[in-house]
Design a protein around this ligand. Sequence first.
Ligand code: HEC
Length: 127
Amino acid sequence: MFKSQKIRFTLSLAALFAAAALASPAMAQTKGDAAMGAKLYATNCASCHLASGAGGVKFASGSVSADLRAPGLEKTYRHSNKLLLRAILAAHDEDNERLDQPMPAWKGRITTAQAQDIIAYLHTLHS
Ligand code: HEC
């Protein structure tokens, strides 16, 4: 019984890796996959920015997590995905100033393609 569970688990892991391997070349071609972005957002961002993207969480540093929903975020970043990408990967705001802690710089933790997926997802969130 335990052995069959183990085999099933191993098989589903193998299926996951196969799916990931198949998905990656397609992902590189598209500029941001909102469905992938939703998953990445839930794992990496929702803890501070809330599942809705509304933010408003206060931290010991005195900072408050930003509202990541449209149209506010898009306006702040001058409708530029390039500036948004920098905000996520380097934690620099629209004027290239360091965003307040504890906003992490995500470079090295997620790939550029993954950050683009998250940006595609953020465009679907509205206040
Ligand atoms: C540990 C908490 C934390 C996590 C995790 C986090 N953030 Fe943040 N984030 C913040 C805080 C706090 C700010 C506000 C910084 C400021 O006001 O300078 C912020 C600001 C931002 C901004 C700038 C918004 C603006 O209006 O200037 C963006 C974009 C952003 N976060 C995206 C993300 C994304 C995408 C993720 C996940 C990959 C993420 N954050 C994960 C805490 C976090």
